[in-house]
Design a protein around this ligand. Structure first.
Ligand code: BGC
Length: 246
């Protein structure tokens, strides 16, 4: 079964058709820069443009980089504040004329990794963290997701963890891999005290360069890089939407 998966990010809106039984893209990804300002109407029109690119009429799974409860976006750390309190799922359904499932981006990436990637078949407590513009999180207990965890906003040294250890901060502050890796390690240490996970999955673009900073990580739990890289959000979103009827 094919479903359109769309990943809404701070800089790009990316979509592809997904074979949800195989967890693979069936076409090449289509990317459009995120409109600025990234207000709900402008973003919804861009998602509709992605759907038109694939002449798609059917269920759409769509990620969003914030808390999403029952289709309503409740936060906006790295997108336009106008999203707070918006019924994003309904807006996107109306704009695309398709049924839409909207979910948090890290939750979607986690769903894909747990089914087809680094967390496949893993029981116990698995925490996936995505390091990018912000830090996204998802936690699975025996394969079941507890959504909207927002661990990136945990306070460390009087700052949001993502303001110290997101991938963006490494570049903005010109941190060495060691310095940044130590910040990530401190964050993971706090996660361990609270959740005693069995496995950490590290996602986001920086996971491709994991050998640069994994040497500075000394968690008790096993830690592995994500396997699906920038396709995880699209695939997880499509998987979450497969129950919708077209
Ligand atoms: C948001 C999360 C999101 C993460 C990654 C954070 O700033 O609060 O909801 O998952 O960034 O995009």
């Amino acid at each position: 079964m094919e479903v359109l998966g769309v990943d809404i990010g701070g800089s790009g809106i990316k979509g592809a058709l997904v074979d949800v039984k195989q967890g693979t893209l069936t076409v090449e990804r289509h990317r459009i820069p995120t409109p600025q300002p990234s207000n709900p109407q402008a973003v919804a029109e861009t998602v509709a443009e992605v759907a038109r690119h694939f002449s798609w009429q059917g269920p759409i799974g769509c990620t969003f980089p914030a808390v999403v409860k029952h289709g309503v976006t409740l936060s906006a750390a790295n997108v336009d504040d106008a999203w707070i309190g918006t019924d994003g799922a309904t807006l996107l359904s109306q704009t695309t004329n398709c049924p839409v499932k909207l979910l948090n981006d890290a939750d979607a990436a986690g769903i894909a990794e747990m089914t087809y990637g680094a967390g496949k078949g893993r029981q116990g407590i698995v925490i996936m963290l995505t390091f990018g513009t912000g830090i996204g999180s998802s936690i699975f207990v025996d394969g079941i997701l507890v959504p909207n965890t927002e661990f990136g906003h945990m306070e460390i040294r009087k700052k949001d963890a993502e303001h110290r250890a997101a991938s963006r901060i490494r570049k903005e502050e010109g941190l060495s891999w060691k310095k940044w890796g130590e910040r990530v390690n401190e964050f993971l240490g706090r996660m361990e005290i609270l959740f005693s996970p069995d496995l950490f999955i590290v996602g986001g673009g920086v996971s491709k360069r994991h050998e640069k900073f994994f040497p500075y990580i000394d968690t008790q739990a096993e830690i592995v890089p994500a396997q699906m890289l920038n396709e995880a959000g699209i695939i997880g979103a499509a998987m979450a939407a497969q129950g919708l009827s077209s």
